[in-house]
Design a protein around this ligand. Sequence first.
Ligand code: WTA
Length: 631
Amino acid sequence: MEPIRSYQEYLNHYEEAQANPTGYWDKVARDLEWFRPWKRVCTGDFSDLNIKWFEGGTTNLSSNCLDRHLKNKGKKTALIYVSNNPKEPPQKITYSELQQKVCRMASVFSNLGIKKGDVICFYMGMVPELMIGILAATRIGAIHSVVFGGFSAQSLSGRIQDCQAKLLVTNDGGYRGDKIIALKEVADEALKDCPSIQTVVVHRRTKNAVKMQDGRDLWLHDLETTATTVFPATPMEAEDPLFILYTSGSTGKPKGLLHTTAGYMVYAYHTFRNVFQMSEEDIFWCTADIGWVTGHTYLTYGPLLNGNTTVMYEGIPVYPDAGRFWQIIDQLQVTHFYTAPTAIRALQATDLSFVTKCKLDSLKVLGSVGEPINEEAWSWYNTHIGKGRCPIVDTWWQTETGGIMISPLAHVTECIPAHATHPLPGITPILVNSSGKEIMETEAEGNLCIKNPWPGMARTIWGDHDRFRKTYFETYKGLYFTGDGARRDAKGNYRITGRVDDVINVSGHRLGTAEIEDAINTHPDVVESAVVGYPHKIKGQGIYVFCICPQAPNNPEQVKKELMAAVTKVIGPIAKPDLIQFVTGLPKTRSGKIMRRILRKVAEGDLSNMGDNSTLLNPDIVDEIVKGKLS
Ligand code: WTA
């Protein structure tokens, strides 16, 4: 199907996909290669939750990303790899080289006895071998589960235990600015209670000393000596599991969202080409880590499915200085740059000369993802990076959705500051009020739901289909509930206002407040705690902890340090609290439920209208909490 090239075409596509969704997706799917065509485009709905796309068809994601392009684009650069170290020159890998590397890795996995349906966990830095590894997993039909390198040993082991991974692929260490993250050491700690792992493959990157456990740990470079570079892709059924990616929810442990083969592939392909509108010679750079869904869909699969050139950067935005992103854009002549508001705000806070030193004249399109972008950051991005001539696609989507759901199409539909604007073809967002009724007025505010299945949607939570149903489909019957609130203007443009559940978004990382509370509560002196988000200038949301801890008043700074350490141990440094307030009690209803509304207001510093607290079990506690408020 030709990409959408004008506003009128967008309207036509949207209408067609509404009137005849299966016909629409049938046409899109024909752009890709299938071993066997599908029999039915879509079956199932939000009540039976037995949703299947392209049933009967067989295909393979890695061969669609790579082999499909070899005839015409074998010599084209598929991946440009930029090291953390600015002195190391960027590495260009062509489609045919990438295909061979993926085959070799597939052969390594296969020689280790990994088969279709086995789970491979990746706990790595941003090295080409991570991208090669996940592509190789899909090539042999293994399910990949990438765990972000910033998670702790405990988080890693929880995820491995949940998905029962057989193989772990890791690095000796990962470079992050001037630090080396001891990934293998963390993995060793995690594996103390992961009996499902039979083998650990270690890719050497930092050359720091690591312990190799006999009979379990193997170096990738040793395994590669006996591997082949010709490895045919395994035909996969459309609904065969493709990957599991863990993400936080409002309750319980992180959920392993499962994406399946064909629907995800078709959706990644179609959304990438229409939102970003790349020309053949363009260069795409998504700054997300492959440990997050953005790194799956728009650093790896979307660009490769479309035969485009994608950039992968190992390091951080401020190393060796705050001009690194802009230097890389100039050096590689990046045309499409996709990053998170938190990075924009952090760089906006540094000296403008880091930007003005660079030309940035190769840029054509900018993107934003992961959290609502505030107008100030949008306008800085637009003025100083896009020089007022690049559209900014503010792309709203989730780990669960697999790909972009609401977004402008670059150069095709209108971009409005801080608005994700219109849904993509095939996506039917609606707003519902608190009683679950669809709001019919165009101009409205409510909870964002999606009305119909789409190919890229997650199919289940790994090992817990009931939780999948309860989390997303029971709040509002017959609808997928996103957990986000949104406003819609008179022209139907959506503006996402943020989470309406107990999930917070810290620097674009999704964290459940309950998860952080559980970590805080591991400290022996903590009686009870409550965590809420509050507006944070750089991170979007900061983490505010209210904590009952009788020992704290004697040495509050020491206890705070211990609580930080507890969170780092259980979750990882990304979940470290920003503010910890010790209290003697938490406001509770008579049935014992914590009144988070009050705590949120205190944390936000909005003390004007605290509401009626007379129904609280302990109304006096509110005064104490307000007096002790931190900022
Ligand atoms: C938020 C990241 C506003 C939202 C792709 C969502 C956004 C959560 C946007 C999913 C955006 C993502 N504008 N909010 N453009 N994009 N979000 O699963 O709250 O890591 O529910 O997926 O990020 O985060 P996740």
